[in-house]
Design a protein around this ligand. Structure first.
Ligand code: CUK
Ligand code: CUA
Length: 765
């Protein structure tokens, strides 16, 4: 221990004085050598240059990808395709403490259904909040298909804040989609079921009792939460509603939803009936649902909805009577419906058709106005003739699924699942302009802000379903394969294969990185899951442990490199609640917290307060510690939970002590003085240059002085003990000054290096 401290002083001194080791001489390989050795072509090199993000530089776009069955969201950068984070949404995630501390558990448990804990989700479609149809970078929403739920993630801290359970569906897929000002986030049911909870109807009553629907969740932007009371649904036939999109511009106020299996076929392969796949694709067409959601919201507000499970549902009968619900035939088992950036057209891709169908909003409106319907479906919903709604159909290839848009007018990209290709085509002229093979079986694709009114072009990502031969094998379960494509030129160019080790991603959205402005610290004492002051928060010096009956409550703090308190004594059977506040203001100084064997963990970022709770049901000794390597003395950031047996009485009352001498004390005092000299020299350098022009440095300097400020009063303290010849206390309190100095010096040296590397200039004194 002492030897290590000595070594770190030496290191510190060396760094401060600036001994730089000279680079060893080696013969450099030329670019040509490397290309030859690694068998890299000019084309490869170009792709590498387009995706490589040198150290210290950042990506242009940030992607939020669904994490599929992982129940999470995956965040990565473009063009580097480097993974930045997994956002914990429907599934516990221990690094972030999600599901292991009380505050995040409260969010996770909002997703309980009928009191059942659900610890996973099948996430499909993320959506970024919009203002005037453009991504604003404030919120992210994502659905859970398996258990019909929707989550709200705040992009100020990339944390899940809310999970809402759909009150009438049993599964949902066509969501999350936002309206152009994020008034509503909507989702469509997938597999029809009775809308009343816990009602049983046999499959023989499928047509009468099973229903689909659309739910429009009201988003309260000021609160940053969904307002369930102001949300509503529209009842729909049991047609297996699928993907949806919100109208924009001229079509704002309307929503469009595909369906498959409008045959209403019910399988039963085990009873010798033809399976779903046959019965559900028998007809040549399914239905595009066209809904006037703005009018629906008004009708609900006017009391025309029926309450089902306490939730407002506009029944089909009312929707038909009020003229807000229409159907348009669409060819064969369609999947995606994507509204063009100008809001004039809806492009529908039919999985079993080689065409995409371009529907005209204007034509649909004209038919509605003229009351020109070719028929009514079995539920009485007016059906607009396909030819009365279609602008054109374009043959693209096999298995078209989803469409995204370019920044250049009229250009669209459609995924071809069966062909394993991306088709680039012009929807104004109705012709294919380029095709590119991907590897393999592409599902969704995504261009930059490609479903907003203002797509950015440049890059496209193919979200492939199969990876087959692309990567080093890792067992029968292959990684996912996201491929980056350059779309800035006439011909598409494949740039990069990214294996994704979490899946299966469906849709993803990409936003310009500069639009995201997440914070680096919380206001001290914040519960990040409610955005409110945490009742268990305390400041330095206010730490306290109380016991009422069998309930022990600890209000503690964390700062490099100690946890206060360092001992927690309870009696066996006590319920223990520990609130911890991270007092750091420094960027990235997160502390973690766990107690041995009690299955709790918290990630406590600067300023955050988090609670962990457990029942100390077994007597014994349980170390607790900080789980993030937060400083040189991170391992010493520790403590003991002592769970005492019933009726236990102490026999020994003094702690084992170290044996420090006057010489140790003097050595520590000298070390403190030497380190102070380094700090002074670093401060002299920093203030001699234009450091105030570098916000990152200003923050580091602030953090450094924050640390140094904590030494206040400690000099008097160690000198007081020294006067009484209590060398143990004198030495240890002097040592504590040095602890703060080390952190100060560390920050100062980091700031100095940053300034030197970023061309700081001398300023006149
Ligand atoms: S879905 Cu999976 S490829 Cu859920 Cu949008 Cu199309
Ligand atoms: Cu705090 Cu390690």
């Amino acid at each position: 221990m002492k030897a290590r401290i000595k070594q770190s002083v030496t290191l510190l001194l060396a760094a401060g004085i600036g001994f730089a080791a000279a680079g060893a001489a080696y013969s450099a390989e030329s670019l040509q050598d490397v290309m030859k050795r690694r068998n890299i072509s000019q084309q490869d090199l170009l792709a590498a240059a387009k995706t490589y993000v040198p150290t210290g530089k950042r990506d242009e776009f940030v992607v939020f990808s669904s994490g599929g069955q992982s129940g999470q969201v995956i965040v990565y950068g473009i063009p580097s395709m480097r993974i930045l984070k997994y956002l914990a949404v429907f599934t516990p995630e221990p690094w972030q403490g999600y599901g292991f501390d009380e505050n995040s558990k409260a969010v996770l448990r909002q997703g309980n259904i009928d009191g059942k804990e659900i610890n996973w989700g099948d996430t499909h479609h993320p959506a970024i909040s919009e203002t005037d149809g453009k991504y604003d970078g404030q919120y992210l929403f994502i659905n859970d298909k398996a258990n019909p739920r929707l989550a709200v993630i705040d992009l100020r801290d990339f944390e899940t804040k809310q999970i809402v359970v759909n009150p009438i569906f049993k599964s949902e897929h066509g969501g999350a989609f936002v309206t152009p000002n994020t008034d509503y986030i909507f989702e469509a049911a997938q597999y029809a079921a009775p809308l009343e909870n816990k009602k049983f109807y046999p499959l023989e009553e499928f047509n009468e009792k099973y229903r689909g629907g659309m739910t429009y969740w009201k988003f309260d932007r000021k609160e940053g939460r969904i307002d369930a009371k102001k949300s509503f649904s529209v009842e729909l036939p049991p047609y297996s509603q699928d993907l949806s999109d919100a109208g924009k511009g001229p079509s704002d106020g309307w929503s469009f939803t595909n369906s498959f299996c409008s045959e209403r076929y019910v399988g039963g392969i085990e009873k010798g009936r033809p399976p779903y796949e046959a019965g559900c694709s028998a007809k040549d067409t399914d239905y595009l649902h066209v809904i006037n959601w703005k009018k629906a919201a008004e009708l609900v507000a006017a009391g025309k909805a029926k309450k089902i499970n306490g939730h407002d549902v506009l029944m089909m009968e009312t929707a038909i009577k009020e003229g807000i619900l229409f159907l348009v035939p669409e060819p064969k088992s369609p999947h995606g419906v994507d509204v063009t950036p100008d809001g004039k057209f809806m492009i529908v891709a039919g999985k079993l058709d080689t065409h995409v169908s371009v529907y005209s909003f204007e034509k649909i409106q004209a038919a509605i106005k003229a009351g020109k319907f070719e028929s009514h479906d079995p539920y009485g919903i007016p059906v607009i003739g396909m030819k009365d709604a279609l602008d054109k159909q374009v043959q693209l290839g096999l298995g078209p699924l989803h469409t995204q848009y370019d920044s250049k007018p009229c250009l669209a990209y459609t995924s071809l699942y069966v062909d394993s290709q991306v088709a680039k085509w012009n929807y104004c002229e109705g012709k294919v302009v380029d095709k590119l093979s991907v590897h393999y079986n592409i599902g969704h694709l995504m261009s930059m802000e490609g479903d907003s009114v203002d797509p950015k072009g440049r890059y496209l990502v193919a979200l492939n379903k199969l990876a087959i031969d692309r990567f080093v094998p890792v067992g029968p379960l292959h990684p996912q394969n996201h491929q980056l494509i350059d779309i800035s030129n006439d011909k598409m160019q494949l740039l990069y294969d990214m294996p994704l080790p979490l899946g299966e991603p469906h849709y993803a959205v990409a936003i310009e990185a500069t639009k995201l402005k997440p914070g680096v610290r919380y206001k001290v004492g914040t519960d990040s899951r409610t955005d409110k002051p945490h009742p268990g928060a305390v400041r330095a010096g206010e730490e306290v442990t109380t016991k009422k009956g069998n309930k022990v409550e600890v209000k503690g703090t964390l700062i490099r490199s100690h946890i206060t308190p360092e001992t927690i004594e309870v009696d066996v059977g006590d319920e223990v609640t520990i609130h911890l506040t991270n007092l750091e203001r420094a960027q990235d100084e997160t502390h973690g917290f766990t107690v041995s064997t009690y299955n709790v963990h918290a990630s406590i970022e600067p300023g955050k307060t988090v609670t962990v709770k457990f029942k100390a049901d077994k007597e014994g000794v349980y170390p607790y510690y900080c789980t993030e390597f937060c400083s040189a003395l991170h391992l010493e950031m520790q403590g003991y939970l002592l769970v005492k047996p019933k009726g236990w009485k102490p026999t020994k009352t003094t702690l084992a002590a170290g044996s420090y001498t006057e010489a140790d004390y003097k050595a520590t005092v000298k070390k403190v003085a030497d380190t102070q000299a380094i700090i002074d020299s670093v401060v002299a350098y920093i203030t001699s240059v234009n450091y105030k022009d570098f916000p990152d440095v200003v923050a580091m300097v602030e953090d450094a002085f924050d640390q140094l400020g904590k030494t206040k009063g400690l000099k008097e303290k160690h000198e007081g003990f020294a006067a009484k010849k209590d060398w143990e206390n004198a030495n240890l309190w002097a040592e504590q000054i040095w602890q703060y100095q080390v952190k100060t010096a560390d920050l100062g040296l980091r700031a100095k290096t940053y300034l030197e590397q970023n061309g700081a200039k001398k300023v006149a004194k």
